[in-house]
Design a protein around this ligand. Structure first.
Ligand code: SIN
Length: 281
């Protein structure tokens, strides 16, 4: 596709592109949106810089991509129940998202994408890493691809957001909560075909996948661990450095992400909106 309305600068061959030439304060016209949707599907995560958005404008842009999927565990931005707050204060030690994961994979219809908008960022640090699951899948041997193509895996929210995890929450308490709502488990194919790009992507992640369907956790462990090591090889990952006004919009069907916790003593505040998805197959 040629881009006539936006500039698209790929960050690596595996994933990521910075988008220029668009002001998101008003929802873009349909031809511009079509190009943004295309770049989102192709690159897995797209970034915008220097945007000045109110929460209403952030919501209006997110709604261009579907309904809003409200996260049950994150504290909301005061007055905006549909926007999750990703906050770490100077005196807090733990951050949200400090491990490789795919948002909402524990849901029957996992969120299509997540749109994170930076309101306040540390002077250094606080970057987010992304890993590309198209590239990770493509690089597997044909034999392993054939094995994985026939498998499904169980994803759960219980061990991350449930009562036991809540008891170990430390200073994340208050930012993450509602352990009684951690009842979701879901079974998804281990390899999914992206509905827009038609490409295959590896769909397991260290945060929420617990085992292969029909296998025990012990039997699943070594193959899952192999896939997790493989998927974060440097050539499948990128690192995004935030500035105030940056937006990262990632496709949960084809990427993982990891929030680096290296900025103690400084505040980092972002607003996250997740876009509803459909069951994967
Ligand atoms: C998240 O996991 O959604 C948070 C990512 C970040 O704070 O960089």
């Amino acid at each position: 596709m040629t881009y006539d309305h936006i500039r698209v600068a790929p960050i690596s061959t595996a994933l990521g592109a910075e988008i220029g030439g668009v002001d998101l304060a008003t929802p873009p016209a349909e031809p511009v949106l079509a190009e943004i949707r295309h770049a989102f599907g192709e690159h897995g995560v797209i970034f915008f810089r220097d945007q000045r958005l109110t929460p209403e404008q952030h919501l209006a842009f997110a709604r261009c991509f579907g309904g809003i999927d409200v996260n049950r565990f994150f504290a909301a931005v005061p007055g905006y129940p549909m926007i999750a707050e990703v906050r770490k204060e100077p005196e807090q030690r733990r951050n949200i998202g400090n491990g490789w994961h795919t948002d909402h994979s524990y849901d029957l219809a996992p969120a299509v994408g997540s749109m994170l908008y930076a309101r306040e960022v540390p002077t250094t640090g606080g970057d987010t890493l992304f890993a590309g699951m198209y590239a990770a899948y493509d690089a597997l041997s044909d034999g392993l691809k054939r094995t994985l193509d026939g498998l499904k895996a169980l994803h759960s929210s219980r061990h991350v957001f449930g009562a036991e995890a809540d008891a170990r929450r430390g200073d994340l308490k208050g930012r993450i909560g509602n352990p009684e709502l951690a009842t979701q488990d879901a079974v998804h194919p281990v390899v999914i075909r992206h509905p827009e790009t038609g490409r295959k992507a590896l769909y397991v992640n260290p945060g929420f996948t617990t085992r292969f369907d029909g296998w025990t956790e012990e039997e699943s462990r070594s193959l899952l661990d192999y896939l997790y090591r493989h998927a974060v090889r440097p050539e499948f990952t990128i690192r995004f450095h935030w500035r105030e006004g940056s937006i990262a919009f990632w496709d949960n069907r084809s990427t993982w992400h990891f929030a680096v916790n290296d900025y103690h003593g400084e505040r980092r505040l972002l607003h996250r909106i997740t876009i509803e998805g459909v069951p994967l197959n």
